[in-house]
Design a protein. Structure first.
Length: 124
């Protein structure tokens, strides 16, 4: 029996030719991180260089999911791409701060701020 996070859901959509939005809700952990990895990889393979990962409805993120996000950044940076995180949940945001990943990712309170951030980073 696999203890999957029943509250997890993921959705993604194209914003424009270079930008992808990935929305996650519930627990993003060891059991659900493969879904994030698949969606992130598919977006990068499709030529998306600006990715916004919306964690607004996420209740937990673990080291496995953080590793997936770091892997995405490593793939995008040589191409001049970027990942921005939408997170207004203090406990989830604290995970990024404790691990120092708040210095790797642009973390925004709103989706609009994150879309602006990846567009600006991609333009530089």
């Amino acid at each position: 029996m696999t203890p999957a996070s029943s509250s997890f859901s993921a959705d993604d959509r194209e914003i424009d030719a270079r930008t992808q939005l990935i929305e996650l809700s519930g627990e993003v952990d060891l059991y659900t991180a493969p879904e994030l990895k698949e969606r992130l990889g598919r977006a990068i393979d499709a030529g998306k260089h600006r990715i916004v990962v919306d964690l607004s409805a996420t209740t937990l993120i673990d080291s496995t999911a953080l590793g997936v996000l770091v892997g995405g950044v490593k793939r995008l940076r040589p191409e001049g791409g970027a990942i921005a995180i939408v997170c207004d949940e203090p406990n989830v945001r604290k995970v990024f701060e404790i691990t120092g990943l708040d210095r790797v990712f642009t973390i925004c309170d709103t989706r609009e701020q994150a879309l602006e951030a990846v567009a600006a980073e991609d333009a530089s």
